[in-house]
Ligand binder design. Structure first.
Ligand SMILES: [Fe+2]
Ligand SMILES: [Fe+2]
Length: 420
């Protein structure tokens, strides 16, 4: 081979050829910073919307997308900190920031779903695909690696969002406002050159929001779709643990309500932009774990011929917690419910082992593994949250005061501890 021939892109030994005009490092970091911004704002957007989304499957999807977006932010952050300082910085493009942050003011969950499926998802994927090819394949491989892994998740998300939107459309649930909203977001994205900022920016008149734009407010109530027929608590007395079969049914019916914990964490995450990134990342995982616990309850009930949509939802718990500041809610959840759930969960593992009920045993043991991390998150982050909130009491004194409220208002027989 003559010495001037470039190596093949698929050559062995990691030798790959650069594109003819490869992306310069400054352009590279500016674009990576835009993807990081989109991923982090997606976490914030979907966290704010999680409690108010009624369609159960969409709510679960948003929970998963929040966690996956946090993994993408983490990957971009790890690369960005090597090529810019500070690693986290808003893109210097007010039109882009507006376009992404406007998504929160969607008029409905279907309008939000459409804007993610038709605009954000496809534009982000297109930008990443082109970036992957445009950059130096060897010198910038850490970026390529992050982009390729993000693409795996984003393409799968788009497929799932498309299925949800198609189902909603065939049920006649996508209205005129949802389409109008998408046109508005499309115009905003066009005004900032798209997600990667590379498209020509039209010199257009100022963009007027459509009448359907609905100013976002933090939810104080949790929504459920019409399939959930019992929104309050259980009216029958709780079933004694000695009644193994019936108590186990109740135990997993309660897992199916753990969306409530995810919804409280979503509110906390939504208002946590000023807190350390590691807290936001851990809270995104904490949140998605509770979605998975809820789905575990759904799976158990369906395997046992029960309809989880008919189980009590205890929605007043979310409303009750919402009256308190975020740090108070975080303490209620981690130092109240989660710390105190272990003796019960360990008894249940033993009961399931004795009954040779392998499925129930496995589910509870996975739950214990997650909950152990949640308590660790609580211990790790509570001091930081209290410091940031200006609280002057010690962590121990503050926790004791919150637990007093938890005991007198939560553990009064009104709400069972194993709801979440
Ligand atoms: Fe849980
Ligand atoms: Fe938990």
């Amino acid at each position: 081979m003559p010495p001037s021939s470039p190596p093949s892109p698929s050559a062995a030994g990691g030798i790959t050829s650069a594109p003819a005009d490869p992306l310069a490092i400054d352009a590279n970091r500016r674009r990576l910073n835009r993807y990081r911004f989109v991923a982090q704002e997606t976490m914030r957007l979907l966290a704010g919307w999680l409690p108010r989304v009624a369609t159960f499957e969409l709510k679960c999807e948003f929970g998963r997308m929040i966690w996956e977006a946090s993994l993408q932010v983490e990957a971009y952050y790890r690369r960005l900190r090597e090529i810019q300082s500070p690693a986290f910085q808003d893109p210097p493009d007010p039109a882009f920031i507006t376009a992404i942050r406007e998504l929160s003011h969607a008029p409905s969950e279907m309008a939000l779903l459409l804007s993610l499926r038709d605009l954000i998802g496809p534009q982000l994927i297109k930008a990443l695909e082109s970036h992957e090819q445009a950059t130096f394949p060897n010198s910038d491989f850490p970026s390529v690696y992050a982009i390729r892994h993000a693409l795996v998740d984003l393409r799968a998300q788009l497929t799932r969002l498309d299925a949800l939107a198609t189902t909603a459309a065939s049920a006649g649930r996508i209205d005129h406002d949802a389409h109008e909203w998408c046109r508005y977001i499309e115009t905003l994205l066009g005004g900032c050159g798209g997600i990667d900022g590379l498209a020509p920016r039209p010199l257009a008149d100022p963009i007027t929001p459509p009448p359907c734009r609905t100013e976002f407010t933090l939810p104080t109530e949790a929504a459920r779709d019409e399939r959930f027929v019992h929104r309050g608590g259980a009216s029958a007395p709780r079933i004694n643990e000695e009644d193994y079969a019936n108590h186990t049914t109740e135990e997993f019916e309660r897992y199916a309500t753990e969306m409530l914990a995810a919804e409280t964490l979503a509110v906390i995450l939504r208002v946590s932009s000023a807190l350390p990134w590691d807290f936001q990342r851990d809270t995104a995982r904490h949140l998605y774990d509770e979605v998975r616990h809820c789905l575990m309850g759904f799976e158990w009930m369906r395997r046992h011929g029960r309809d989880p949509f008919k189980s009590p939802q205890f929605l007043d718990i979310f409303a009750w917690r919402s009256q308190f500041p975020p740090v108070f809610q975080y303490t209620l959840l981690t130092m109240g419910n989660e710390v105190h759930a272990f003796p019960y969960r360990l008894r249940r593992v033993e009961a399931h082992q004795q009954a040779a009920d392998a499925l129930s045993e496995q589910f509870v043991r996975y739950d214990i593994a997650d909950e152990t991390q949640h308590v660790r998150f609580g211990h790790q982050w509570l001091p930081e949250l209290l410091r940031q909130s200006g609280e002057t009491r010690s962590v121990a004194d503050y926790t004791a005061a919150v637990l007093e409220v938890w005991r007198s208002e939560y553990l009064t027989g009104k709400y069972p501890i194993n709801v979440e």
